[in-house]
Design a protein around this ligand. Structure first.
Ligand SMILES: [Zn+2]
Length: 168
């Protein structure tokens, strides 16, 4: 779950190492390392320990908070790869019911091909379906199999095409 970190504890003119950031924010060191490796958090990584300027950390936390709270267009998903909201590739997505009121919308990022998903309300589903093609999946994807129970042959559907349109 995304969590809001106390950016006000970070001093703009200080230089931090990973450990200090983890302590200041109350998060795991690995989390900080992941931000740096993902390129989201700027750091001086040419020598150890890695050093992060307070202002860069503040900017990162600020941007992160905006991202979390920014309201996405209903049928858009947030791509973690691009760090931007995207309309699912080919305007197709899957909806998997998770609770009676909510479910997970899954689609592919048109820019980088990463799997994107977000939790949507069941009541919003019709509005989403007005924009993109949504396939309703059963609760457990494992149960959604077209394999004929009378045969032992496993049918692979990996190459499923969705009538993807050529971009030009
Ligand atoms: Zn992407």
């Amino acid at each position: 779950m995304a969590k809001k970190f106390p950016a006000n504890r970070i001093k703009t003119h200080r230089v931090y190492d990973v450990w200090e950031i983890a302590c200041a924010l109350g998060c795991h060191r690995q989390t900080v390392i992941r931000w740096i490796k993902a390129g989201s958090l700027r750091a001086e990584t040419t020598k150890k320990p890695w050093l992060i300027e307070g202002k860069d950390l503040k900017a990162f936390l600020g941007a992160r908070h905006t991202t979390i709270t920014a309201k996405l267009v209903l049928h858009h998903c947030f791509c973690l790869g691009c760090k931007a909201p995207r309309e699912p590739d080919g305007k197709i997505a899957d909806f998997t019911q998770q609770t009676p009121e909510t479910g997970r919308l899954t689609g592919l990022c048109p820019e980088c091909g990463a799997l994107m998903n977000k939790v949507v309300k069941r009541v919003d589903l019709e509005a989403i379906r007005a924009k993109i093609e949504v396939t309703i999946q059963k609760a457990s994807p494992r149960l959604v199999s077209r394999a004929d129970p009378r045969s032992n042959v496993t049918i692979s559907h990996k190459g499923q095409t969705h009538g993807k349109t050529q971009q030009g």
